[in-house]
Design a protein around this ligand. Structure first.
Ligand code: DON
Length: 578
């Protein structure tokens, strides 16, 4: 063998383990790996990755003007309320994970909705004690006290660098002057036209006089929404939670037998919480704490899976998917029992993310056979003491990163709009255990811990997440999808770490999902039929997902570059960068 070839081979061998996420970063490797079928967008200065082009570009415009990642995230959040009505919102809620370059620290802004004060456990049960799902999903009572405006304003006031009115100006202009209806917007409204038509105000806002979605290429204006945004730009938090916007919302509640009062609105606060933390193969994982279940279970599953050589099993092999599914079942079983609003219910976060607990749970996994969900009980080895949401990620040139997920719950929430405001109401109350023990809209089974109580935040699965390598931000991601969020984020993290994929591949590869109950392994297209047969042979009930699983919007930060990937599973996503 020629000498030069031996040197090259030796170099490859030295560098190979470096690239798999467990060693130091290989500073020689090209930033784009041309061996991959999927490539990220590459930029240097700033990036906004989100579900809709105009809103991503608005965020980027704020970065280019000297704003920081929080300014851009707030601008994008308000813009999505205009351009992406299925999930962008003013009257919903969410979670924003922020990495601050100054002080090299992270904070989590919890702007999850709360139950109105008068709501109680049996709110959605009829006289026969049965769940009335029509009311849970599509009534005024389905709405939690909105948190989005409080959350975005709090983020802006504490961590933004530009005035609130400046970051809101592009969203206001777009609502006022109108936007050109895209293929994706037309599709999203058309998919819900029938139900939107049932509410006269929603019909007026979203449909043509004939009851159809606005045509592609036409101009769609939202003057009432522009008015609401202006109240917020001028008066901040109180522009929404007091004054005329609040009055209009309360009037609609009275007219529609809803529960939200002026006192509920005046009492709403977004909260800053300490994120939940863990590690996987030496990479630090920072994610969303209760009242979301996401971060706790992502870390719990990573802990369980860290005990296996996943890379040796091979990506999306039967062995890998089997271990993934078994870890998912254990985590979702715990979710059903322990997770809820920590201000109402003690949640054993430290014990659930403990590596020793994960090791004991690993002991419950049979490497060759699927354990039926009926044999998996929550917390068996836990020791005593002793359908639409949206995500976007932002990075700026100062080193700040934001990962934000927010929602109305369903696509277009309750499909009920508040007259004179341009806003849709959320149906987040459906995320409580409206009848403990009975599956919710996402098939999730929950206990009394997540029962309805006035002022309580319903349990969420939203999981804005960041990874840190050598103390520096490396990856920001998140997804919509209700119960699917947690496993979509988990697999994105595993793809980037254990399987050393670039962020575009990490997003694109086929996903699987198991949530303990129902006892089904749901798979996307793209997993080999041979693999599925092997999994069935191990005892899994395999179901092809009727739709795709999750929709991530991610940024990876590598050696001074920003690498962005919008999930290709749905139309309209966009990486804006410079
Ligand atoms: O907070 C939650 O977990 C749900 N309300 C999220 C809903 C959702 O992701 C629907 N999207 N497809």
């Amino acid at each position: 063998m020629p000498h030069r070839l031996i040197v090259a081979l030796a170099l490859c061998l030295v560098l190979a383990p470096v690239a798999n996420g467990r060693g130091p970063v290989d500073t020689q490797a090209p930033i784009i790996d041309f061996g991959s079928r999927f490539l990220p967008v590459v930029a240097r200065q700033g990036m906004v990755v989100g579900p809709e082009r105009l809103a991503s570009e608005i965020g980027l415009g704020i970065l280019a003007r000297g704003g920081n990642a929080v300014d851009a995230a707030v601008a994008t959040g308000f813009a999505l309320a205009v351009t992406y009505p299925r999930a962008g919102n003013l009257a919903g809620g969410g979670f924003m994970l922020v990495h601050l370059a100054e002080g090299n620290r992270q904070t989590l802004i919890d702007y999850r909705e709360t139950a109105p004060r008068s709501a109680d456990r049996d709110l959605f049960l009829n006289e026969a004690g049965e769940l009335d799902n029509q009311r849970v999903y599509f009534s005024h009572q389905a709405a939690g006290v909105p948190g989005t405006v409080a959350g975005l304003v709090l983020a802006q006031t504490r961590y933004g660098s530009l005035p609130l009115a400046e970051v809101m100006a592009p969203a206001i202009a777009l609502a006022e002057n109108g936007l050109e209806v895209s293929f994706a917007l037309n599709l999203e409204i058309a998919a819900r036209a029938e139900r939107l038509a049932l509410n006269p105000e929603a019909r007026k806002l979203f449909l043509t006089p004939a009851g159809a979605a606005p045509e592609v290429g036409t101009t769609w204006r939202q003057p009432e929404l522009a008015w609401t945004l202006r109240q917020i730009a001028e008066h901040g938090h109180d522009g929404f939670y007091a004054g005329e916007v609040a009055a209009r919302l309360v009037a609609e509640m009275k007219a529609g037998n809803g529960l939200i009062t002026a006192e509920d609105l005046a009492g709403y606060r977004a909260l800053e919480r300490e994120p939940v933390r863990g590690s996987f193969q030496g990479v630090e994982v920072v994610s969303t704490p209760p009242p979301s279940s996401g971060g706790v279970h992502i870390i719990q599953m990573l802990n369980i899976l860290e005990g296996y050589d996943l890379a040796a099993m091979g990506h999306n092999s039967a062995a890998y998917i089997h271990h993934l599914a078994e870890a998912m079942k254990l985590a979702y079983a715990d979710r059903s029992e322990y997770l809820a609003d920590p201000d109402f219910q003690p949640v054993p976060v430290a014990r659930l993310v403990d590596k020793d607990y994960a090791a004991r749970q690993r002991g419950l996994i049979d490497s060759t056979r699927a354990t039926p969900s009926t044999e998996i009980a929550p917390g068996r080895v836990l020791l005593d003491e002793s359908r639409d949401t949206t995500h976007y990620s932002v990075a700026d040139r100062f080193g700040n990163v934001v990962s934000n997920t927010y929602t109305l719950n369903f696509s277009f929430g309750s499909h009920i709009a508040v007259p004179g405001t341009g806003m849709l109401l959320n149906n987040e109350m459906a995320d409580f255990a409206a009848n403990p023990g009975q599956p919710n809209a996402f098939g999730l089974v929950e206990s009394e811990t997540n029962k309805i109580e006035g002022g309580k935040r319903p349990l969420s699965s939203m999981s804005p997440t960041m990874l840190f390598r050598d103390g520096k931000p490396w990856l920001a991601t998140g997804s919509p999808g209700g119960s699917l969020i947690i496993t979509a984020v988990l697999q994105t993290v595993l793809n980037a770490t254990a399987f050393d994929m670039n962020i575009a591949s990490a997003a694109a590869e086929a996903r699987v999902h198991h949530q303990w109950q129902p006892d089904k392994l749901v798979v996307e297209q793209g997993i080999s039929p041979d693999t599925l047969r092997l999994l069935e042979g191990m005892g899994h009930t395999v179901d092809l997902a009727p739709r795709t699983l999750g929709r991530t919007q991610s940024i990876m930060l590598e050696r001074g570059y920003l690498l962005g990937a919008t999930d290709t599973r749905r139309p309209g996503g966009h990486v804006a960068s410079y």
